[in-house]
Design a protein around this ligand. Sequence first.
Ligand SMILES: C[S@@+](CC[C@H](N)C(=O)[O-])C[C@H]1O[C@@H](n2cnc3c(N)ncnc32)[C@H](O)[C@@H]1O
Length: 351
Amino acid sequence: MSFGARLLDLLTGHALTMMISLGHRTGLFDAAAQGPATSAELAGRAGLAERYVREWLGAVVTGGIMEYDPASGRYTLPAEHAEFLTGERARNVGPTALMLGSLDAVLPEVAAGFRSGDGVEYAQYVTATEGRMGGSWRHIYDEHLVDGFVGGVPGLTERLRAGARALDLGCGTGHAITVLASAFPAAEFVGLDIAPEAIAAAEAERAELALSNARFAVGDAADPLPGGPFDVVFAFDAIHDQQRPDVVLGRVRDALAPDGVFVMVDAKFASAVEDNLDNTYAPMAYAISTLFCVPSTLARGEEALGAVWGVETATRMLAEAGFCQVTVLDSPRPQNCVYVCRTAEVDHCEG
Ligand SMILES: C[S@@+](CC[C@H](N)C(=O)[O-])C[C@H]1O[C@@H](n2cnc3c(N)ncnc32)[C@H](O)[C@@H]1O
């Protein structure tokens, strides 16, 4: 009985995730955050059709997302709920709901992959091609990159302020670079990604902001990295998606200046499934990995680490690539950790 109730919760959660996606996409949450409204008033505010809005309100009220006052006929989005559903901020779950929803579209291809063992081409993913993966990270960079991810690495802020040369490997649509290049005008940044459409989007944002200390290039991180040596190499959520992560980690080591540092932000999980049982983020991470990370990596090779490769596998592979000093730091987000990696070139390591 209790498992049946849990399954009902899961299915309801999926349905409400679609409602969150719709609320985000149509601007209904932003409109509702302006104050209590009838369905007609809310539809008017958002420029939408009342009949659709009324049905959606039924779902989000019974789902505990909004509240309804039958006496006035008005619906309210409580301010503490609006915190998580509106605005250009990392805690707005709207972009993540959109990204999850767009993965539904590849279920037939992924199911075929389960049978054949083949991967699913990157181009099949709206998630990737419309920048939705990057979309869910944009606000995270805006809020946490400079003070959280960079600020947490001892000495890195000072180094970037002084004019370090930095590479972002697997930069996607490049927002991390534009945030960093704006915050550290004396430093120089290069973004590298294998996806030309992502680099085109990155370059468009760079040009709009007229940043002269950033540039982007299409390239395969498994090839020697162009433009080195670098004082800093960043990889945000990118190493586990590599077809040859072992080769790429070696390329990073080779591209670093002797006193350089590799800063790898990745998912914070254990490598063994039994050690992730109490991690509330684990089911979603394994699921996204099943639908996106593993199939899109298998499309380019025979192995796929998956998003939940875990701290033990990551530190082992970093050591094998020659990073003898690896410190794993907590990040401002509990789902991520920051690996701060140095090589033996300078006196970082014993022996
Ligand atoms: C999960 S996305 C992360 C993107 C970006 N760092 C962010 O946080 O928004 C992983 C990125 O790695 C890129 N990638 C995968 N294999 C690559 C390779 N061999 N060389 C360069 N980039 C690669 C993908 O194109 C994708 O943009």
